[in-house]
Design a protein. Sequence first.
Length: 265
Amino acid sequence: MTGQKRDIPSKIICLTEESVETLALLGRLDLVAGVSIFVKRPSEAQNLPKVSAFTHSKIDTIVELKPDLVLGFSDIQKDIARDLIGAGLNVWISNHRSIQETLDYVLVLGRLVGEEQKAQELVLSWENEIKRLKAMTHKKRPKIYFEEWDEPQISAIRWVSELIEICGGEDVFKERSAEKLAKGRFVTSQEVIERAPDIIFGCWCGKKVRIDKITERSGWSEIPAVKNQQVFELEPEIFLQPGPALFVDGLRIMAKYLENWQSKT
C-alpha cells in the first residue's frame, strides 16, 4: 500500500465491535477490510464487508481477503482463531474484562497500528473522566441490578459492574461480575428480589428489552426499582463490548440515570 508504514498491518479483519471503534477513533478505519455482522459503531463501518458473527465466521472469505491481522475477543472465539491460524493468518484474540484492561487494550492496539500517541491521548481523556466521576459525592448510592440476558437471567460482567461503581452505584451482584464464564453470573428471580435493587437495567445482547416482561415477573412488584418505575433499557452496543463505547457514551449515560435517581430521593 502506497504510503503505508511497513511495520504495521495494512489490512485488518475485526471479528468483534470494539476493535473497529478503536481503530476508527485512532483514525485508521481505512485498515479495516471486514467486520462483525453486529457492528454499529461507527456508522460508516456498517458498510464494510460482514465476515463474522460472535461464535462463527466466514473462514474462507476471511482467508480470501488476505489480511495481515485478525482481531477478536474472548475465549468464545478460540475455535475461530484456531481455524484462521491453521489457514496461516496472524490472529490476536484479546480477553480483557475490566475497565483497566480495556484501557490497556486501546493502548496496545494503538501501538500495533502506529498510532500510539493518539491512543495515549484517548486513554488519558477517559481516565480523567473516570477520576471526575469517582470524585463526585452522592447522598446515597443506588443498588443496581444489570441484566445481560433474561432466560436464564445473567447479571453484569466485570467491566459493567465497574462502570456502575465509577458512576456512583452499587452492583447488587458485584461478587459474580469477575466470573469468566456467563454461567458464573446466572442469578435467580428470588435473589434479585432479596437484594432489592433501586434501579434495574435490561441490556439483552441481540434482542430488544421488554420492560413489561421484567416488571411483571412473579414477586418483582415489591422491588424498589419496579415500584418506583426505575427499570430501563440500555444499548448493548455501548455496554456489552469492552471498548471505547464504554467511555465515549457509557459513562455519561450511566451517570445520567444515577443523577436522575438521586434527584428523586
